[in-house]
Design a protein around this ligand. Structure first.
Ligand code: BT5
Length: 327
């Protein structure tokens, strides 16, 4: 009902709409209308009310609910099932809990995560409304070994979405998006399946939008950033969510139809923060300096050693660092 009241207010644009008219149109009592207006206000919607004229929406809340995303979403199936939560432990975990009830394309998004996850059990800082925390459910007919390609598709989607909204960023292979050498977004791809058969994939995307420096915990201050730290103008979170999903559907569909991720790799190469650079490749017990020279058609990083010998690095097995900074 709340969404219906909101839509009615949105549809009447700058005109006032009376409580009586709202209750007639929606087939509910005026008290119900009023209660829903109250809830919307609590959520941050600025709604004017005058006793003789009724209600008028003055300003939408900064939420990423379905009603707010819808006007910007151009997809056919990604995000057409959309679950919006105020708070969750991790959107990736929530997708795993409900995945059997949904087709691919389900998006779960939360205003806040209480146990946001990075790779390898690391943590992802997810304070309320200061970022985008969302996960996409996919059920492609591919081999489990190919699942990591989805990280490249997602990274390309985030960079293209930023570009469409006037923000330049780069990809620190394989799963970080950086601005001025600092991490603004991270991707966590998880899958469930057996050796020869894939059950489903969850692609989790975290983007720092409204973080200020004081919000960043000490441990990540030196290497993390946000859109509000980097840009003077505010970026609309709702537009960004929709744009990432729009780009994702395009690149993912291209992968499913063509069987390759060439389009995504092209974006990843063009916007790479590591290609052409000397980087440190950190494994459990070793650290090697190599030059990043290419990303191959499967999304693996090709590095070159001092004698010109090349090595192919598959996502997940190593950490990449700049020689004197994060990247
Ligand atoms: C990632 O891991 O970058 C994957 C992040 C994925 C987050 C999304 S949010 C929606 C979905 N639901 C989840 O629970 N997760 C996904 P990794 O490359 O391992 O980087 C993790 C490291 O980045 C941490 O160890 C910190 O050092 C740093 N970090 C943590 N929070 C950060 C933040 N908000 N911004 C930048 N860096 C952060």
């Amino acid at each position: 009902m709340k969404d219906k009241v909101l839509n009615a207010l949105k549809n009447s644009k700058t005109e006032f709409i009376s409580g009586e008219k709202l209750s007639e149109e929606l087939g509910v009592s005026r008290t119900t209308v009023w209660k829903n207006i109250k809830t919307l206000r609590e959520e941050g919607y600025k709604i004017e009310s005058y006793s003789k004229k009724g209600y008028r929406l003055k300003k939408s809340a900064d939420t990423v609910s379905e009603v707010e995303i819808e006007p910007y979403l151009k997809t056919e199936f990604i995000g057409r099932n959309y679950i919006y939560l105020e708070e969750v432990d991790s959107t990736n975990e929530e997708v795993k809990r409900v995945q059997s009830e949904y087709d691919e394309g389900l998006v779960i998004i939360a205003e806040e995560q209480t146990a946001g996850k990075g790779r390898l059990g690391r943590n992802w800082e997810s304070p309320s409304k200061k970022g985008i925390y969302m996960s996409i459910l996919l059920k492609p007919d591919i081999m489990p070994q190919e699942a990591y390609k989805l990280t490249q598709i997602a990274a390309a989607s985030v960079v293209l979405a930023f570009k469409a909204l006037g923000v330049e960023s780069k990809i620190k292979w394989p799963n970080d998006i950086v601005i001025d050498g600092k991490k603004v977004s991270g991707i966590l791809t998880e899958m469930s399946g057996e050796l020869m058969s894939l059950d489903y994939i969850v692609v989790g995307i975290g983007i720092n939008t409204g973080f200020e420096e004081e919000d960043l915990v000490e441990e990540i201050k030196a290497k993390a950033t946000s859109i509000s730290i980097e840009k003077e103008e505010e970026l609309s979170r709702k537009q960004l969510v929709a744009e990432v999903l729009n780009q994702f559907e395009y690149l993912y569909s291209d992968f499913i139809e063509s069987g390759n991720i060439d389009s995504s790799i092209e974006v990843c190469k063009e916007n790479s923060a590591v290609l052409g650079k000397e980087i440190a490749i950190v494994r459990k017990n070793s650290r090697k300096i190599r030059k990043a020279v290419d990303i191959d058609e499967d999304g693996a990083l090709i590095v070159e050693g001092p004698d010109g010998e090349t090595e192919r690095i598959v996502t997940g097995e190593v950490s990449i660092r700049g020689l004197d900074s994060y990247i």
